[in-house]
Design a protein around this ligand. Structure first.
Ligand SMILES: *Cc1c(COP(=O)(O)O)cnc(C)c1O
Length: 392
């Protein structure tokens, strides 16, 4: 098989309009998760336009923010995305099996002894410390490997990355010896709060570091960073969450299209008499005769228990028969209860689907009800759902 055949085979696209499914059959699953791949592509294109002339990469760690690494990667590759970021080598391996050509960076960097595995799959570590750099250098020199790596410089996040001073000291050596650094990178800590003074400090410090690394492409912005404007764009932007519909501009209208919908099956309906409690810990009291739809989605499916409702505190919502209805009581492992008293008598029946995440109930709102962020809602999405990848 010559190279050309190999490439064609690996890149063989899913036919344009085909809807792919995964997981158990819809009728047997407690919940049905729909991932709108055309909305995903539209989001990537919108971010690309906003960041032009910079390259728009895609961060698809944590199984593509819970949406399915392979499906997401194939769609974005076909749309023209040339660079992906994942968290670890295992994700990189899965990704390489799905897409032949794009560059793959591994954000968590180099764990001891793993350098050969990077070469095997043509992945690039994001080097975050001098120890990692030494190890990578030794490997590259020993094996004559020129597959590339990113150098991560910490500009205020204090998580991964060498310091700005270390980066400056290192620069002459890196430039002279051609260590195969293909990307200079840093990460913003507060990009979703545009007025936070740390943004400016990080942008300015990174600009200084970049001066020492002229000729090497640089990248700073995550999703929200794309909306901070051109000074944060550098040569490449690295959005993740916004691709999947999380609002990168909290407090302002969401510029992204929703990508994820979650529907749960109603397994039973019941009326709880006034004064009785609903669910574990008897935390929720029916203040009047309450009509309940029991839905087969729980915290084991990633529907966060923190969205439970008690007598003290309201919780999340579901949309049943077109109306927004409150969750009643604790979220269980496999079930949750929805108060549908406000609906007509036969508005909801056994086997019906209620919406848990959908257009009228965005990922960010669902997250807020659980006191968290859309990122956590997405990356918690369960493995028991019937999954529909809408391609059209
Ligand atoms: C996760 C991550 C991103 C993407 O962040 P979003 O806020 O999801 O856009 C970019 N860069 C690094 C280093 C990350 O860890």
């Amino acid at each position: 098989m010559d190279d050309r055949t190999a490439d064609t085979k690996a890149l063989e696209p899913v036919p344009a309009q085909r809807t792919e499914t995964a997981g158990p059959p819809a009728a047997e699953a407690g919940g049905i998760l729909t991932v709108d791949l055309s909305a995903l592509e539209a989001n990537w294109r919108a971010l690309q336009r906003r960041a032009t002339p910079s390259e728009c990469a895609a961060v698809i760690k944590a199984d593509g923010y819970g949406c399915g690494l392979e499906q997401v990667a194939r769609r974005l590759t076909r749309a023209g995305c040339k660079t992906f970021f994942v968290a670890d080598l295992y994700e990189a391996r899965r990704l390489r099996a799905a897409v032949a050509d794009p560059a793959i960076y591994v954000l968590n960097g180099l764990l001891p002894t793993t350098a050969p595995a990077y070469a095997d799959i043509r992945a690039r570590p994001v080097i975050g410390s001098l120890v990692e750099l030494a190890e990578w250098d030794a490997f590259c020199t020993g094996q004559d490997w020129h597959g590339g790596a990113a150098l991560h410089v910490d500009t205020g996040m204090n998580r991964l990355g060498i310091s700005a001073n270390e980066a400056a000291a290192l620069a002459p050596r890196i430039r002279a010896e051609n260590h195969g650094i293909t990307l200079l990178m840093s990460h913003l800590a507060c990009a979703e709060a545009p007025e936070h003074p740390l943004n400016d400090r990080q942008v300015r410090l990174f600009r200084e570091v970049r001066l020492h690394y002229r000729g090497i492409p640089s990248s700073l912005a995550n999703s929200s960073g794309v909306f901070l404007g051109p000074t944060a764009h550098c040569d490449m932007v690295r959005p993740g969450a916004a691709l999947f519909g999380v609002n990168p501009t909290p407090g302002r209208p969401n510029p992204m299209r929703p990508v994820v919908e979650l529907h749960g099956h109603v397994v039973q309906l019941r009326t709880v008499p006034k004064g009785e409690t609903i669910g574990y810990d008897a935390a929720f009291t029916a203040r009047h005769a309450t009509r309940i739809a029991v839905v087969a989605v729980g915290y084991a499916d990633g529907y966060l228990r923190a969205a439970s409702a008690s007598d003290e505190q309201p919780g999340g919502f579901a949309v049943a028969a077109g109306k927004r209805c409150p969750i009643a009581g604790r979220i269980s492992m496999d079930l949750l209860a929805v108060d549908i008293t406000a609906l007509g008598d036969h508005a909801v029946r056994r086997g019906d689907l209620v919406t848990l995440i959908g257009d009228e109930l965005g990922v960010d709102e669902v997250a807020a009800a659980a006191n968290t962020i859309g990122y956590e809602v997405l990356t918690s999405l369960g493995r028991r759902y019937h999954r529909v990848y809408r391609a059209g």
